[in-house]
Design a protein around this ligand. Structure first.
Ligand SMILES: Cc1ncc(COP(=O)(O)O)c(C=O)c1O
Length: 462
């Protein structure tokens, strides 16, 4: 095999694989075009034809050329950045940071480790409180618990699905160490209000942008607005390498600290990337959260075409939202003015009274129509209180938290709007929005015929 220079290899590879990735996606899309749906026909759950008999657009995508690029990263033998500074991990960090307008990027091995790193760099520890949202993947909350800090769950706005800034404000105490909004589904949280609250109380904001790559808040990319922005590149994400993550930070001292924390204090991001000397003099409680060269190569290959895919998802999702708004009882997520969602998820709620049957019945009918969907997060107030109480009742946590404090935590967890979303939401997935426009028409027609037959469906399902 020819030896390639690292830079040349990545540049050539990134461009050609990016182009092929886009065209192979089109092939998959052709295979998964839904049939035209007559909205006056019967839904499949009542014996009609399903909308699709094909599997929905698969994710992630790979092709021969991406496979080759991956193999190249194997053959260079620069697998680990610590043993070889020529690893392509720093290339990915620079490219991702540059693309999004962040000063520093630290590539890590998961979204969970990106959040742990950011919270550690802010010295979050036992006795501290971190305010976040209950309407999230539990990793967000677990990373707070990892530091033996208390997750304080603010309620959400049921129209936008996002953490409610008013509820954040109500939960601030002298122990609040960080505010951790989640851009859930890829849509932006209300960053103007959240950043203002953080500034007024002098509390750093850490963005959980694990689902929000390339989403925006006005002219800025999500993940670049807070003190830290945290990403996941796990398999389902809009840019993925199976497992992976990244941390954005504009403050050089904090970025250096986060870098050290992710790699047992070797090196600093503002200097050379990896340095073995001085480790004992630059001590933080630290980890090995390093990304491998294989992960970085796969991510590099996707960067040139991420904007095309983001644009397609956005156009299709806005189009579908318009179609759904006309259906009684269907309420697509509202995106704040000035925000652009990454559309990792397309989320909407069903109002049972207006629609004519329950959310669960609608979900069953959508699935019978062979359209991929989920009812999403299901942890309501009672479940969250039990979870937080159990995890803070372990012997080591009891050395920090008293009965009184745990009772107070339970009483402060008042999240009725989260519970409404858990009971009434349905989600579609990002890859469905890479399909042709006709698929959006079919999805809307499916929901319309389900609504027209809502009473019969409710009856059939008992
Ligand atoms: C909102 C959110 N935060 C954090 C994470 C954790 O990321 P990872 O699974 O890469 O550790 C995820 C992953 O799905 C997520 O969706």
């Amino acid at each position: 095999m020819d030896e390639l220079t690292r830079r040349g290899f990545l540049e050539k590879g990134a461009l050609s694989v990016g182009a092929v990735l886009a065209s192979s996606m089109l092939d998959r899309q052709r295979q998964s075009v839904y049939g035209a749906v007559d909205e006056n026909s019967k839904p499949a759950i009542l014996g009609g034809e399903p909308v699709s008999t094909e599997p929905y657009l698969s994710w992630p995508q790979y092709d021969k050329q991406m496979e080759d690029l991956f193999l190249e990263s194997l053959r260079t033998l620069h697998w680990c950045r610590i043993s070889d500074p020529a690893s392509c991990v720093p290339d990915f960090e620079k490219a991702f940071a540059e693309h999004c307008g962040a000063k520093y990027c630290i590539a890590v091995n998961s979204g969970t480790s990106s959040l742990i790193t950011a919270l550690a760099a802010l010295d979050v520890g036992p006795g501290d409180e971190v305010i976040t949202t209950p309407y999230t993947y539990r990793a967000t909350v677990n990373t707070i618990l990892t530091h033996y800090a208390l997750p304080i769950l603010a309620d959400v706005d049921p129209k936008t699905f996002m953490i409610d800034p008013k509820s954040i404000e109500e939960h601030i105490t002298p122990r609040t160490k960080a505010i951790l909004p989640v851009h859930i589904g890829g849509a932006p949280a209300n960053m103007d209000e959240i950043l203002e609250i953080g500034k007024r109380h002098n509390i750093p904001v850490v963005e959980d942008a694990c689902q929000a790559h390339f989403g925006r808040w006005r002219d800025k990319y999500l993940g670049t607005l807070g003190t830290f922005g945290c990403f996941s590149m796990q398999i389902s994400k809009n840019i993925s390498c199976g497992e992976g993550g990244a941390v954005f930070c504009d403050d050089v001292d904090l970025a250096d600290k986060a870098f050290k924390i992710h790699t047992h204090c070797h090196g600093a991001i503002s200097e050379d990337y990896m340095r073995f000397e001085d480790v004992m003099n630059r001590g933080y409680r630290s980890y090995n959260f390093r990304m491998t060269a294989f992960q970085a190569a796969i991510l590099m290959a996707q960067l040139p075409t991420v904007e095309d895919r983001a644009k397609t998802r956005n156009e299709n999702a806005l189009y579908l939202a318009e179609l759904l708004r006309d259906i009684p009882g269907v309420h697509p997520q509202v995106i704040y003015d000035g925000g652009t969602s990454a559309w990792h998820l397309f989320m909407f709620t069903i109002n049972e009274e207006e629609f004519g049957c329950s959310r669960n019945a609608v979900f069953e009918a959508i699935r019978a129509d062979e359209i991929a969907a989920t009812t999403g997060y299901g942890s309501d107030q009672a479940e969250w209180v039990k979870y937080l109480t159990d995890l803070n009742s372990t012997p080591e946590a009891r050395r920090i938290y008293s009965d009184e404090e745990l009772k107070g935590l339970a009483e402060r967890t008042q999240i009725p709007n989260n519970d409404y979303l858990c009971a009434n939401a349905i989600w579609f997935f990002q890859n469905q929005f890479l399909a042709p426009r006709s698929n959006m028409d079919a999805m809307a027609a499916s929901l319309r015929r389900i609504q027209k037959n809502a009473k019969a469906i409710a009856k059939a399902l008992g």
